[in-house]
Design a protein around this ligand. Structure first.
Ligand code: ZN
Length: 322
């Protein structure tokens, strides 16, 4: 099965901007609030649709039903595509939130999954901040006190957002993305978010947005403590740099940087490849496809070969199952 390209699903939310179009080439309209591009998604009514090639017009749910062995490889077969891949343009600060783990998610909705997620920051302003984890020593009692006294912010661990940084947010980690950040996100296929704090803002209707304090408190991992950016583990292969960014039970993430040709191994599961920087060509058998910054490709497990030729420095993010 050849690599698959999908139509992005663009979400307009008030904190979005225009960079999904201007920086990443996504199809946006004239508005100012393009917040998320769901690049690969098999979640309920949100279904990625194949954009080109023999499977053009198929949605991901049907492809998984019909071609599971090709997509996943027999050893890793699934009934749902397990990862959700996004770009986010966060012009305004996002709410302080937490996501449930698998067990907690299924109590809320038997069809849902937990949500562990990881971000790679594509761009940030000099004063952009990431809020990740609670400060050392914040237990449930202290955290509940801070909610009652409307000073949650004092409990949040924060650091400057820097281009290229990776942040891993397992389920149960309190977090918020600050303003002025463009990032790509790899997450479990899930849409369950419990909002703890919205920075005192009002929604479009003039009312504060709903909070989910009780559910959030049940999901927070109070042992997790402050979260820092990932320190990548670097290796060199065939003249290109491979950085291992995340290895968790739900997904692995690697970043590959090269100015030449290199192959990504296939056959032991799918690879999602996201172009973070540069452009080049992806060749599989006789099939050649040009790639540019912001493109996302799903390489099925049964794809016999995937060779990348960089036109200039090419930086790819590769997500896979462990
Ligand atoms: Zn989140």
């Amino acid at each position: 099965m050849d690599p698959l390209r999908f139509h992005p699903i663009i979400k307009q939310i008030r904190w979005g901007g225009r960079q999904l179009g201007t920086r990443l080439g996504k199809p946006i309209g004239p508005d100012a609030n393009y917040a998320e591009s769901w690049e690969i998604c098999d979640h309920g009514v949100d279904q990625s649709v194949v954009a080109t090639g023999p499977w053009k017009g198929w949605n991901l749910e049907d492809l998984v039903k019909q071609k599971a062995d090709d997509l996943f490889g027999p050893a890793k077969s699934r009934k749902q595509f397990p990862l959700l891949i996004k770009f986010l343009d966060c012009q305004d600060r996002l709410s302080v939130q937490v996501h449930p783990n698998d067990e907690q998610a299924r109590q809320a909705d038997p069809t849902e999954n937990g949500k562990s997620e990881a971000w790679v920051i594509l761009d940030a302003q000099a004063d952009s901040r990431i809020y990740a984890g609670l400060k050392a020593g914040i237990d449930r009692t202290k955290f509940e006190e801070s909610i009652a006294e409307n000073r949650i912010k004092d409990c949040l661990h924060e650091f400057p957002a820097r281009r290229g940084d990776t942040v891993y947010i397992p389920a149960g980690t309190v977090h918020a993305i600050g303003e002025g950040i463009l990032l790509t996100e790899v997450q479990q296929s899930s849409d369950l978010t419990y909002r703890l704090y919205d920075w005192g803002r009002l929604g479009a209707d003039g009312q504060p947005r709903e909070l989910h304090i009780a559910q959030a408190l049940e999901c927070i991992d109070f042992e997790r403590g402050p979260v820092e950016p990932v320190i990548p583990t670097e290796t060199q292969a065939d003249g290109h740099l491979i950085e291992s960014l995340v290895e968790c039970q739900y997904f692995t993430m690697r970043r590959r940087t090269s100015t030449k040709s290199f192959e990504i191994p296939t056959g032991d599961g799918f690879r999602v490849v996201i172009v973070l920087e540069g452009c080049g060509t992806l060749t599989c058998n006789d099939n050649r496809d040009s790639l540019k910054t912001g493109d996302t490709v799903l390489i099925p497990s049964s794809c016999p070969q995937a060779r990348f030729d960089a036109d200039e420095q090419l930086v790819l993010l590769e997500a896979a199952l462990p």
